[in-house]
Design a protein around this ligand. Structure first.
Ligand code: HEM
Length: 388
């Protein structure tokens, strides 16, 4: 990617899903495309270059907001964005995240001196938080875990996607019917209530798509960055020491980890009309693949970009995307990552890798890229009360 970034112009590539696209690697170019949905549409699907089921030729389904642009898209975004991104909602969520993080550490402490941080901590924490936001009990997690496996499986066919997501879609339809009658305090109930007063109320299918979208996208993304981030810190002890010495650096460290690992597989867009990207002509109907991580390692945007530096300025990084479709759950992810890092520093100062770095295996066949497991060990996990 670094070599492509240095070449003038754009690079023509053939993607794993068979589409041919322009690969965009420079920071300014990636940001320009993501920020301009009038020239660059989300219609093909955000990862049509790596996910076999994202076929740009398929018509956009009812409520399939991730493939919409302009006012049609904004109608959705304005409706469900505030339910999870509003500062008031995040402050309400903070104690829940802290409790979930503490409970998981207590369970790890009770189970012994080693654990798989990804399976035993990161996935349960992020699953509990997103389920709690939408009022879906932890015991029903298999529904949205299976849906995410189908959605983010590189080889999932269109038929496989339908089979993999249908049980969740039916379940969420049921929740919507139930909560119309008996609303609760959860985001689904609030979306239903607000929709009733909207100029153009949402259909049950549209409400279902927003809720299922959050349930599907809201846990492994964060769990993976959490795990990959911890691996990076444990293998850069100097950076971990800086955080230990000054925990006020944690929010900056979270941004640095999002810069370092976010947007891993890149994003697809389609050119709406003949135009250019950084002076290179592209034609209506062409696909472009935005190599977000290459952009976030562009030396013209970040100094010594391949170095992990928990104190660096990261303003403008693209790890959560940029422009109209930028990650709707980014504040939730930041909250979970911040609380986790702070609590690990406080309660598990002896945390370390339980195996050599070279033994860590990485996930394959998914754009949600990170360690498949992260064996960790510790001498003691301090009780939550003492550590505070
Ligand atoms: C560290 C964790 C995360 C990372 C790195 C991440 C990254 C991204 C990126 C790069 C996009 C932009 C897609 C595009 O432009 O086409 C995106 C979109 C999205 N994210 Fe996240 N995300 C994370 C966590 C979350 C969480 C916790 C949620 C839910 C609460 C979530 C829900 C979504 C949804 C629904 C979209 C689609 C937005 C749209 O197209 O309108 N993400 N995410």
């Amino acid at each position: 990617m670094a070599a492509f970034r240095e070449r003038p112009g754009l690079t023509r590539v053939r993607c794993p899903t068979g589409i041919t696209a322009w690969l965009v690697t420079r920071y300014q170019d990636v940001r320009e495309v993501l920020g301009d949905s009038e020239r660059f549409s989300s219609r093909p699907g955000q990862a049509a270059h790596v996910l076999a089921h994202m076929n740009p030729d398929l018509p956009i389904g009812e409520g399939e907001f991730t493939r919409m642009d302009g006012p049609e898209y904004q109608r959705f975004r304005r409706h469900f964005g505030p339910e999870i991104g509003m500062p008031k909602r995040l402050e309400e969520l903070r104690p829940t995240v802290q409790r979930v993080v503490d409970e998981r550490l207590d369970l790890m402490a009770a189970a012994g001196g080693t654990a798989d941080f990804y399976a035993d901590f990161a996935i349960p924490v992020t699953t509990t938080v997103i389920g709690g936001l939408l009022g879906v009990p932890y015991s029903d997690r298999k529904l949205f875990h299976d849906s995410a496996a189908a959605m983010f499986g590189s080889a999932t066919s269109a038929g496989g996607l339908k089979a993999g997501t249908q049980p969740l879609f039916e379940y969420v339809h049921g929740l919507i019917r139930e909560r119309r009658e008996n609303p609760g305090e959860d985001a689904i109930s609030r979306m239903i209530q607000r929709s009733a007063g909207a100029a153009e109320p949402f259909t049950d299918t549209e409400l279902m798509r927003m809720s299922a979208g959050l349930l599907t996208s809201g846990w492994d993304t964060t769990a993976t960055v959490m795990t990959h981030g911890l691996l990076a810190l444990l293998s850069h002890p100097g950076e971990l020491d800086r955080l230990r010495a000054d925990p006020s650096l944690v929010p900056a460290a979270v941004e640095e980890l999002a810069r370092y690992f976010g947007g891993a597989p890149g994003l697809t867009r389609e050119v709406v009309r003949d135009t250019d990207i950084g002076g290179h002509p592209v034609a209506k109907g062409d696909f472009v693949v935005l190599a977000v991580q290459a952009a976030d390692r562009d030396p013209s945007a970040f100094e010594d970009p391949d170095r992990l530096d928990v104190g660096r300025p990261t303003d403008g990084h693209l790890g959560f995307g940029y422009g109209p479709h930028q990650c709707i759950g980014q504040q939730t992810a930041r909250l979970e990552l911040t609380v986790t890092l702070r609590t690990l520093l406080r309660r598990v100062p002896s945390l370390r890798l339980a195996v050599p770095l070279s033994d860590i295996r990485f996930k394959t066949g998914t754009p949600v890229y990170g360690p498949a497991a992260l064996p960790v060990a510790w001498d003691a996990i301090l009780p939550a009360e003492e550590g505070r």
